[in-house]
Design a protein around this ligand. Structure first.
Ligand SMILES: *Cc1c(COP(=O)(O)O)cnc(C)c1O
Length: 251
């Protein structure tokens, strides 16, 4: 065996905690540039699309790198994993968004520990989140998740159910409904990607009132952010384009 095996470089790369990961900073900058380019291309005001870094199944060191590169809002899908990361990163001033499937018995921890929830689609969950929101944290910021494709397996309220859900949330003082969220099935072309996003915007336009303008449209991921921005997204939820492929399980 050669004595000159180049192990040093890989050894350094394998230790993300020892040095800032410049790759994350570069990917983050690329995503920001993609967002700015889409804003220009589709005549959206500069800076009108916020970036949520989706960090599910990514190691905490990567979130720290993203924070060093100026990212403050992070989205998590699995409650326990999210709570663990919050503890590991408690020294940073971060904004935490819950974007995963809500289970009734987890509503308390979500209400106590997150700033935003994007995946509310059930009135009973709304009531539990409201009941458990600590008074000193102010209202929980909420988007209602809408299932526009009617797929049984995808979560989200159907378009017909959203108005009822909205009326329920309106009466809950510890929830602030900010807008709508959708997670469409993957599609290949820009035109087909745009369809569900347009439908979400139109639904929002129908439901919005002066008291509840529903300004936030949480839509668009790594593969369809251009289509979402074309149709009015105000927040894109981006994971792999920033952090690379996810681990199969909680890291
Ligand atoms: C995982 C996830 C994302 C991010 O997906 P990418 O394709 O990695 O950008 C966005 N939104 C939700 C609800 C997710 O679960």
């Amino acid at each position: 065996m050669s004595a000159f095996k180049p192990v040093a470089a890989t050894a350094i790369l394998a230790k993300p905690d020892t040095a800032p990961n410049l790759e994350i900073a570069q990917r983050l900058e690329q995503v920001r540039m993609r967002i700015r380019a889409a804003e220009r291309r589709f005549a959206r005001p500069a800076g009108s699309v916020a970036l949520l870094a989706v960090s599910k199944r990514q190691a905490p060191a990567k979130l720290r790198d993203a924070w060093r590169a100026g990212q403050h809002a992070f989205g998590e899908s699995y409650l326990q994993e999210g709570l663990t990361k919050q503890e590991q990163l408690a020294d940073l001033d971060l904004e935490w968004h819950f974007i995963g499937r809500i289970q009734g018995n987890k509503a308390r921890a979500i209400a106590e520990r997150f700033d935003w929830v994007h995946s509310l689609s059930d009135a009973r969950h709304a009531e539990r989140l409201n009941a458990h929101r600590p008074a000193d944290r102010g209202p929980l910021q909420v988007c209602l998740q809408v299932n526009l494709s009617g797929e049984e397996t995808k979560s989200g309220a159907g378009p017909d159910e959203v108005r009822k859900l909205l009326d329920c949330c309106r009466a809950l003082p510890n929830l602030a409904v900010r807008g709508l969220m959708t997670l469409p099935a993957p599609a290949r072309t820009l035109a087909t990607q745009r369809r569900p996003f347009r439908a979400l915007r139109e639904l929002r336009d129908e439901l919005a009132t002066a008291q509840l303008p529903l300004n936030v449209l949480s839509m668009g991921m790594s593969d369809d952010l251009d289509a979402a921005i074309a149709e009015g997204a105000t927040l894109v939820r981006i994971g792999t384009a920033i952090f690379g492929p996810r681990a199969a399980q909680t890291p």
